[in-house]
Ligand binder design. Structure first.
Ligand code: MN
Length: 199
């Protein structure tokens, strides 16, 4: 749960340095994507909350109950917080560990099948949005495409992992090559975080 602090949402504190995700995500991408785009969503939401019905509400509650500009900014803060907090410095042969490894194999046949479907849905999303791995109420894994600022919590799913496919996420490092960007992100996923989200 992301809670406001003295009425304002803070930027999520990253457990790594801005240059640590290279070459998957360059320092320049991090400075623009995290430092500018996310900061703007945070500033916009913090400006919109005072005096509204959303004062004191968690970010998740705001995403579930708002629309228009409040929804767009709150959704993008939640999406980006989950995106940036799920990464770590690159590891060779990075792959799922723990319980999530078992249920990915159970529900998709193999990690490779899961990667293929996740990348295809990310590459195939038209326009701006997010590809998500989530769990249903009974723990089954599903991959969904969410447009713009949408998040699977509005469909009563539990979000576990997401790749941002807005052009601002990859244009500096990959230009128009969205599939190359998606493929590179597997090397920096922190599967401990995904396991924690599954619970
Ligand atoms: Mn983004």
């Amino acid at each position: 749960m992301f809670q406001p602090n003295n009425g304002k949402f803070d930027m999520p504190a990253l457990p790594y340095g801005m240059a640590d995700l290279a070459p998957a995500l360059s320092q320049e991408t991090m400075l623009v994507h995290y430092g500018k785009h996310l900061q703007t969503y945070v500033n916009n939401l913090n400006a919109a909350i005072p005096g509204s019905a959303f004062e004191g509400k968690s970010l998740e509650e705001i995403v579930k109950t708002s629309d228009g500009g409040v929804f767009n900014n709150a959704g993008q803060i939640l999406n980006h917080a989950m995106y940036f907090l799920q990464f770590k410095a690159p590891v060779m042969g990075n792959a799922p560990t723990g319980y999530i490894a078992d249920i990915i194999a159970r529900d998709f046949g193999s990690f490779e099948n899961f990667q293929e479907e996740f990348q295809a849905k990310g590459a195939g999303l038209f326009g701006s949005g997010w590809v998500w791995l989530s769990a249903t109420d009974n723990g089954k894994l599903v991959i969904t495409q969410e447009g713009n600022a949408q998040n699977p919590i509005t469909k009563d799913l539990k979000p576990l992992l997401t790749f941002d496919v807005w052009e601002h996420a990859y244009y500096i490092d990959y230009r128009n090559r969205r599939p190359d960007y998606l493929k590179a992100l597997w090397g920096i996923v922190n599967w401990d975080v995904v396991n924690e989200r599954y619970g």
